[in-house]
Design a protein around this ligand. Structure first.
Ligand SMILES: N[C@@H](CCC[C@H](N)C(=O)O)C(=O)O
Length: 299
C-alpha cells in the first residue's frame, strides 16, 4: 500500500553517506521503489544515497521475529528504491535518529535489520559503534573492470555483497558514473558493491566505492568493513589465529572509519553520525510523487 498522506522526514549522514529518514512507527507508510527514488533524488526530491524507514519491529512482517530483542527495524532502501540486506553507515545514522527523537538514550541500543539484530553503542562524543557480525568470504575468483583497467577482487559478504579490489591509484577507478563490470557475470546474481582500495600506511587504507543501487557514494560502512577484513587477510593478519583484535583505519571520501575484527571473528565499525535537518513533505508534491507524475529530474 502506498500512502498519500504528508510525511515527516529527517536528513542525516555518517561520513557523508547521507539518508532520508522516514519515521513510521506503526508501519503504515509502505513506500514504493518509485517513491523512494523520488525522495532520494538530489534535484527533484530531498536527496540521499538511501532511505531509512523507522518502523517498530512488531509492526513489520520482516522484523516481527526480532521484536523481543530490538524494538526498532531499519527498513533500508538504496536511492534507486531497491532493497538491501544491510547498511552500516545507515545503522549508525538510524541509532542517532532514535536518540534525536527521544526513543533511546546514549549507550547501547539494538536495531533490527534484514541482516539480523545489530548492537549499536552511541557515545556522547558523537561516535557510533556498530557490531557488524562476521565477514564471510564466498569462493570464487572475481575480476572487476572500469574502462580499460581490470583488477582481481576479493569476494566479501558483510550481509550484503562486496568485491574488494586493491589498486595502485584511486583515480584509476575513473568517474564511477556507471557500475564497474565484473567477471564471471553470474557471480553476483543480485548485483554487488565494488570497493577500490589503496594503502596509506600500516593498517591504514583509503577507498572509493560504487554502491549497488546508489552509484558512487562518499562512504559505505559495510564496504569499509569488507575492505578492512580483505586487507587484514592480504597482510596475513587473522585475529582468530592470533587471539588479538586487528584494527584498520579506513579513509573514505567523506571521512574516516575505524574497523576492528575481533578474535571471535566479528567486526566492529566506529565513526560519526549526525542528524542535520527535519521537516515535512509538501502534500502536493507527494501526491505527484505517489502517482508517478514526472519529477523535475536533472533540470
Ligand atoms: N551505504 C551502505 C550500504 C548500502 C547498501 C548497498 N548499496 C547494497 O545494495 O548492498 C553502508 O554504509 O553499508
Amino acid at each position: 500500500m502506498s500512502t498519500t498522506a504528508p510525511l515527516s522526514f529527517l536528513k542525516g549522514h555518517g561520513t557523508e553517506n547521507d539518508f532520508v529518514i522516514v519515521p513510521d512507527p506503526d508501519g503504515t507508510t509502505e513506500l514504493s521503489p518509485a517513491q523512494v527514488a523520488r525522495l532520494c533524488d538530489r534535484r527533484a526530491g530531498i536527496g540521499g544515497d538511501g532511505l531509512l524507514r523507522a518502523v517498530r519491529s512488531a509492526a513489520h512482517p520482516e522484523a516481527r521475529g526480532m521484536a523481543g530483542e530490538a524494538e526498532w527495524f531499519m527498513d533500508y532502501r538504496n536511492s534507486d528504491g531497491s532493497v538491501a540486506e544491510m547498511c552500516g553507515n545507515g545503522s549508525r545514522v538510524f541509532a542517532c535518529y532514535l536518540r534525536h527523537a527521544g526513543l533511546v538514550s546514549f549507550g547501547d541500543v539494538a536495531i533490527a535489520t534484514r541482516d539480523g539484530v545489530k548492537r549499536v553503542h552511541l557515545a556522547k562524543n558523537g561516535d557510533v559503534t556498530v557490531g557488524m557480525g562476521r565477514a564471510r568470504f564466498p569462493d570464487g575468483q572475481v575480476t572487476v573492470t572500469v574502462g580499460e583497467r581490470s583488477w582481481p577482487a576479493r569476494n566479501v559478504d558483510m550481509g550484503n555483497p562486496h568485491a574488494v579490489a586493491f589498486v595502485e591509484d584511486l583515480d584509476h577507478a575513473g568517474s564511477l558514473l556507471s557500475a564497474p563490470a565484473y567477471h564471471p557475470a553470474d557471480v553476483y546474481p543480485r548485483g554487488v558493491n565494488v570497493e577500490f582500495v589503496v594503502d596509506r600506511g600500516p593498517r591504514h587504507v583509503a577507498m572509493r566505492v560504487h554502491e549497488r543501487g546508489s552509484g558512487e557514494t562518499r562512504s559505505c560502512g559495510t564496504g569499509a568493513c569488507a575492505v578492512a577484513v580483505a586487507a587484514a587477510r592480504r597482510d596475513g593478519a587473522d585475529p582468530a589465529v592470533t587471539g588479538t583484535p586487528v584494527t584498520y583505519t579506513v579513509d573514505v571520501p567523506g571521512g574516516t572509519l575505524m574497523i576492528s575484527e575481533l578474535p571471535d571473528g566479528t567486526v566492529e565499525m566506529t565513526g560519526p553520525a549526525v542528524i542535520v535537518a527535519q521537516g515535512r513533505i509538501d502534500p502536493d508534491w507527494w501526491a505527484g510523487a505517489s502517482t508517478g507524475a514526472p519529477a523535475n529530474l536533472h533540470a
